[in-house]
Design a protein around this ligand. Sequence first.
Ligand SMILES: NC(=O)c1ccc[n+]([C@@H]2O[C@H](COP(=O)([O-])OP(=O)(O)OC[C@H]3O[C@@H](n4cnc5c(N)ncnc54)[C@H](OP(=O)(O)O)[C@@H]3O)[C@@H](O)[C@H]2O)c1
Length: 270
Amino acid sequence: MPSYVITGVSKGLGWEFMDQLSSDPNNTVVGIIRNKPPTAERVANELADRKNITLLQADLTNYDATKKAAEDAGRILGGKLDTLIANAGYVPQFDAYDGIGTLGAKPEELTQEFWKVVNINVLANIHLYNLFLPLIFKGNDKKVICISSAQGDPDWAKDYEIDVAALYSASKAAMNMITSKFHAQYKKDGILFMGICPGMVDVGHFSSATPEQMEGLQGMLKRFSVYSPNFKGPDTPHDSIKAVMKVVNNSTVEKDGGAFLSHFGNKQWI
Ligand SMILES: NC(=O)c1ccc[n+]([C@@H]2O[C@H](COP(=O)([O-])OP(=O)(O)OC[C@H]3O[C@@H](n4cnc5c(N)ncnc54)[C@H](OP(=O)(O)O)[C@@H]3O)[C@@H](O)[C@H]2O)c1
């Protein structure tokens, strides 16, 4: 009975992970969300037949709430966990369309958004990893997967002049390093820590963009096409998570421990 804990299952990629993984009745899936009632209602409406899903509520920036979620997950899963998927993340709108120099004109908002994105995308995940580690130690598969982003690759930003999303990108780069550090410490225990970028996936992040912002976005998409001539636009959550899970299932500590890979299982981001 493989077991999975997935964070951020209220929507987007987290919901898709929960849907795909719980479609196998042999899997046990625990989803963590900040606000349980709407997701519980959605599960009751759309995944009513899935008896293998349990939802736990925790704002991951609240250490005590995450600790309680780990304790509750331990009780539900019999004290052991195969795979932790650290998917929850904050994707700010603040830096989505402007370069870091332009953002400097709003220093207070920049400061606020910087600490917010680092708090959720980095610090909360450090606590999450540590709090779930005792369960992972006792699991069979022993995998800790962080949903990262190509935006966290400095070479990509440099070579293709991807100047937007600086704060978000910095948080993802930092978390890649943290994941590598966990690998460095726990490789000897056979625990896999790795970061995977799911590609560019349409989950509605740009739905409220102004026409001017959309123009800037088109410029970025053109640079994506230069990087990858096969790039035809964002993936669906379904295709992205299928690809990510293939990478997860094929991963081993020896081959992939501490790595940061794409949904193709290599360094080709899109
Ligand atoms: N979509 C893409 O193209 C793409 C590309 C590369 C990487 N990623 C990464 O993929 C992951 C999922 O992103 P997404 O695109 O599915 O975004 P999304 O639709 O905005 O979903 C983000 C999830 O994280 C949860 N979350 C945020 N802050 C939280 C907190 N403090 N405590 C608990 N949960 C929290 C959200 O919960 P609420 O509903 O409560 O806000 C939501 O469930 C993120 O790590 C993102 O960086 C996405």
